[in-house]
Write a protein that binds this ligand. Structure first.
Ligand code: FNR
Length: 184
């Protein structure tokens, strides 16, 4: 089965560690799976008025891309113990108009990382709260928290920590197995 997984990164920063983790996942896609980035930085701030009339041009292709994937991986930093606004905005845009939730039923994997020791735990679990409402079945184990992410990459931005690489590959494998079970 050739399946597609969308990867949503909660940081727009050029040198984002979360983006580097996402790139590692894309390069380590399991056989039969394509991982593609879903960009969120260009999305206008959500306004419910858009649901009744014209919405920003960026919304339609974004919603179509979400609908086109078989699963979604979120890779996010923690901002002030929660989900970065840019990611929450993307979640909200994808969830509307009312009754047309593009995220509906898509299996999800949540990865959080941080330059600190708590690994974005707050963001990880606030995100999970939204995924319940969006009806996205979410992998429970392994939980993926990546601490001290500033120590994991070389000058080229490549992951150079073998334990983290193994852990992320295993998590990806578990997610794909979870997707297979759900679609069986
Ligand atoms: C942070 N950072 C942060 N880290 C953390 O562990 N818990 C937190 O609550 C916050 N809060 C926070 C707020 C804001 C506005 C910024 C800009 C940063 C630090 C964060 O872990 C660090 O900047 C990471 O490098 C962000 O991830 P990217 O951009 O490297 O992917």
């Amino acid at each position: 089965a050739n399946k597609k997984i969308g990867v949503v990164v909660g940081s727009l920063r050029k040198e984002s560690f979360n983006k580097k983790i996402a790139n590692f996942l894309i390069e380590n896609a399991p056989d039969g799976y394509n991982l593609e980035l879903i960009e969120i930085g260009h999305l206008a701030l959500y306004n419910q008025d858009y649901d009744e009339g014209d919405s920003p041009a960026s919304y339609h292709p974004f919603r179509e891309q979400i609908k086109s994937v078989d699963g979604v991986i979120f890779v996010t930093p923690e901002y002030n113990r929660s989900v970065p606004g840019v990611l929450k905005n993307a979640i909200d845009v994808g969830s509307r108009p009312y009754g047309k939730n593009s995220w509906d039923g898509k299996p999800a994997l949540v990865i959080s990382s941080s330059i600190g020791n708590i690994s974005g735990f707050g963001a990880n679990h606030h995100l999970r709260q939204s995924l319940v409402f969006l009806n996205m079945p979410t992998l429970q184990q392994p939980e993926v928290y990546i601490p001290n992410c500033q120590e994991l990459f070389d000058d080229q931005g490549k992951l150079n920590n073998a334990d983290t690489a193994d852990f992320l590959r295993n998590a990806l494998r578990s997610f794909v197995d979870f997707m297979e079970k759900l679609s069986a």
